[in-house]
Design a protein around this ligand. Structure first.
Ligand SMILES: [Zn+2]
Length: 497
């Protein structure tokens, strides 16, 4: 049993301030308001405790991708996002040649088998070139049930969501086939009218891929896919609330129209998330990231367009694919460089209530994946997936299925995060302790004292949980400003000053 107490606990029934959570093994045993019912408890001192985030649209992060590279890379991308609070995620693929998509689906199915990801999202290839965004139009094809079945077979039962443009020929049959197969159909990268979108929903489409982005802008007499998707209660709507892809007004309008039960916050992150500016790959497309904004560097449909993207990334404004095929895509906003934690923080800053944001980042997407009875809320019986955030909603510690994850930072300024104790398991990675806040360094005192406290914490039997720093000391911390490695027979840790 592990008791977390003193935090602002965000539950489906509101914020408990303070509140407590008791974790038993991999699940939440109990949640309650007020002071900790028993000792010892991990004191969270006013930190926010949110349910672990569920990201249903993510291509990569931390320099690695689901869309290309090795299996190791894909696992690294998942680990990066997990460490940032996304305890559940789909791996999203972009449009690519069929054989390549099949190979990627097969590779990612292995990760899903291992529980690293919750499944796959195919963002393509049945998309409209007119609203291609940063995807490669050369490999976009009309919906084809045979192709879909090949991809589904490659994913070995792990295909969860497929994005398609419902105005393309064959879309209705495809929507029905996917829905029958238990795959959620998402409307996206589409130039569909409201009427066509309504028909797609009638046929079974239930989700919107990054609402507004990759869709024709809504007009009051032709509200387009955006209007139809917001209008229908059975549809959940993704928004990339990162401050780049949407104006804050659009975020608030979507949130009000959809409500927390239908709004789904996504990162749409690419490899560049968590990385410095530079050049990156998104599927077959080269992307440049400047000031944290990813833009398409070239358009393979129009080789003369290669160059430095300067203008705002507008998807083609033209009404037909033929017209749009000639429109410049260079400079189009590509996937984001945000984590879902960044999106959560921005959505709250944009004015969305914290409980609504938690619903949109965790509860509702968990339901989209059919996992609502397993994760997505701080509720007894669900997985102990949670994110401890500071006042600015930056993740300080992440727990997945009752285990603190490596690479987290300090949960409450006085606690050190130790994810693993060497010797406890066969495949042990070095546990990493990260001293995050400068004020913490002031409390830690000389490195030797810090090491002594870590050792004593190990000796007193703390295992696989944050080590509470119970005796703050003052004094110089020069020997902790550079990376110091602490080794004991049972413990290995890296300190980051
Ligand atoms: Zn995407």
């Amino acid at each position: 049993m592990l008791l977390l107490a003193g935090g602002r606990v965000v539950t489906p029934d509101g914020v408990l301030n303070p509140g407590w959570i008791r974790v038993a093994g991999p699940v939440i045993d109990a949640v309650g308001p007020g002071d900790a019912p028993e000792q010892p408890a991990l004191e969270l001192r006013g930190r926010w405790v949110l349910p672990g985030f569920v990201d249903v649209h993510v291509h990569g992060g931390g320099g690695a991708s689901f869309t290309e590279g090795t299996e190791h890379d894909a696992r690294a991308a998942a680990a990066f996002h997990r460490g940032q609070g996304s305890t559940t995620m789909l791996a999203s693929l972009v449009t690519a040649p069929l054989a390549e998509l099949e190979a990627r689906a097969a590779l990612l199915a292995g990760l899903a088998d291992d529980g690293v990801i919750a499944g796959l999202h195919l963002e393509g290839p049945f998309l409209s070139p007119a609203r291609r965004g940063a995807q490669d139009p050369r490999h976009m094809i009309a919906p084809d049930v045979g192709v879909f079945e090949r991809l589904r077979a490659a994913a070995r039962g792990h295909l969860r969501v497929i994005t398609l443009a419902p105005e393309l020929p064959g879309a209705a049959r495809m929507i029905e086939a996917a829905t029958r197969a238990g795959v959620t159909v998402a409307v996206g990268h589409t130039d569909a009218t409201a009427g066509v979108t309504m028909a797609a929903i009638d046929a079974g489409a239930r989700h919107a891929t990054h609402l507004f982005n990759g869709m024709r802008p809504p007009h009051h007499r032709e509200p387009g896919a955006v209007g139809a998707l917001l209008d229908r209660d059975e549809v959940t709507c993704e928004v990339i609330a990162d401050g780049v892809h949407l104006h804050d007004i659009a975020i608030r309008l979507a949130a009000r129209a959809a409500g927390p039960g239908r709004l789904v916050l996504v990162s749409d992150a690419m490899a560049a998330a968590g990385m410095p500016d530079g050049r990156y790959q998104l599927g077959s497309m080269r992307v440049t990231v400047a000031g944290g904004v990813a833009r398409l560097l070239e358009d393979p449909a129009d080789p003369g367009q290669s160059g430095d993207p300067g203008q705002a990334g507008t998807a083609a404004q033209a009404g037909t694919a033929a017209q749009a095929g000639t429109a410049a895509q260079v400079g189009a906003i590509a996937g984001s460089t945000a984590t879902l934690a960044d999106v959560v923080r921005h959505a709250i800053a944009a004015g969305l209530p914290v409980p609504d944001v938690a619903a949109a980042a965790s509860t509702t997407p968990a339901r989209v994946l059919g996992l609502g009875d397993r994760t997505g809320a701080l509720r007894p019986g669900l997985a102990a997936d949670l994110v401890v955030c500071d006042d600015d909603f930056r993740p300080r510690a992440v727990m997945r299925q009752g285990e603190w994850l490596a690479g987290g930072t300090v949960p409450c300024g006085l606690a050190l995060l130790a994810s693993r104790v060497v010797g406890e398991q066969q495949d042990v990675r070095p546990a990493r302790l990260r001293l995050a806040a400068p004020q913490l360094r002031g409390l830690l005192g000389p490195g030797r004292a810090a090491m002594r406290t870590v050792s004593s914490a190990i000796d007193t039997g703390h295992r696989n949980q944050p080590l509470l720093w119970t005796e703050p000391v003052s004094g110089p911390v020069d020997d902790l400003t550079s990376q110091t490695t602490v080794r004991t027979p049972a413990f290995q840790a890296c300190w980051f000053g």
